[in-house]
Ligand binder design. Structure first.
Ligand code: ADP
Ligand code: MG
Length: 263
């Protein structure tokens, strides 16, 4: 089966520094793959490159088609990206911001159609954001704003969602709310999800497969149980952890002490 997204030899240099170094990954249609790794590992950079937001070397295929062959609009209809802290005009209204997701469907110099507005209404309803439609973005809480970012990405109508730490600004309750929402949308709409996440236990609960990135390279990949091992985490995060069997995957708990000591 052709992967929804297939990445080979992804390499990104920023200011002459090698930040992403030959990354290979595949995400099957409908699958949820989460990239983890210590701060500075290159997770955001890799995701931005896959989303077409950074120049890079290597090959990215979308359902077998080289993504470089897609026009910008076609690419936006295929892949929607939610960056970690999107820059938004603070005075912008929620409705107008979510409508921006329809940009690839609106002809140059044209206006949005009734069907574009219908998509916005439908997404706002699906994400329980109708009460916020008339609010300014800068009046929202972190959790509300995160749902609005997701709404903008969903109105893009893309089958692939790239999410860079979608829950890092949220408390544990709102984290779960957003992740459950993404998972529900994935089931209902057949979305494919490639995310980066910080919280390892939570990452493992939602991902079908995980990729551990360190120093710009893939150092482990597989099921959450295969990646979230005490040895992998000690080596790449320099932390002593205990991994416990949880209901939905391994639960990772940091344990005080020197990671290099033999206990
Ligand atoms: P992560 O998301 O895994 O924390 P990033 O992809 O944000 O990591 O960053 C990876 C590395 O790239 C970091 O060491 C960061 O300092 C570096 N970096 C990011 N942007 C630039 C830049 N414009 N020039 C040089 N280095 C950069
Ligand atoms: Mg990052």
């Amino acid at each position: 089966m052709t992967a929804a997204i297939s990445v080979r030899g992804l390499t990104v240099r920023l200011d002459g520094n090698l930040i992403v170094d030959g990354v290979d990954l595949d995400v099957a249609e409908g699958e949820w793959v989460t990239v983890i790794g210590p701060n500075g590992a290159g997770k955001s950079t890799a995701l931005r490159a896959i989303g077409g937001l950074l120049p890079h070397d290597g090959e990215i295929h979308w359902h077998g088609t080289p993504i470089a062959r897609l026009h910008r609009r076609e690419r936006a209809k295929a892949i929607a990206t939610v960056m970690q802290s999107p820059v938004v005009p603070p005075a912008m209204g929620v409705y107008d911001y979510v409508l921006l997701g329809r940009t690839p469907y609106i002809p140059p110099l044209g206006r949005e159609s009734a069907s574009d507005l219908a998509v916005v209404d439908e997404v706002l309803a699906a994400l329980d954001l109708e009460p916020f439609a008339g609010r300014r973005l800068d009046t929202l809480s972190g959790g509300e704003r995160q749902r609005v970012f997701l709404a903008r990405a969903l109105t893009q109508g893309a089958g692939i969602l790239l999410l860079d730490e979608p829950t890092s600004a949220l408390d544990i309750g709102h984290q779960q709310e957003v992740l459950e929402l993404v998972d529900r949308l994935r089931a209902e709409r057949g979305l494919t999800v490639l995310a980066t996440m910080h919280d390892l236990s939570t990452a493992g609960e939602y991902a079908d497969r995980m990729i551990l990135l360190a120093g710009g390279r893939v150092v482990a990949s597989g099921t959450p149980a295969e990646v979230l091992t005490e040895a992998n985490l000690a080596e790449h995060y320099r932390v002593r952890v205990r991994v416990i069997d949880g209901e939905h995957g391994p639960l990772v708990v940091a344990v005080r002490g020197n990671p290099n000591a033999t206990v």
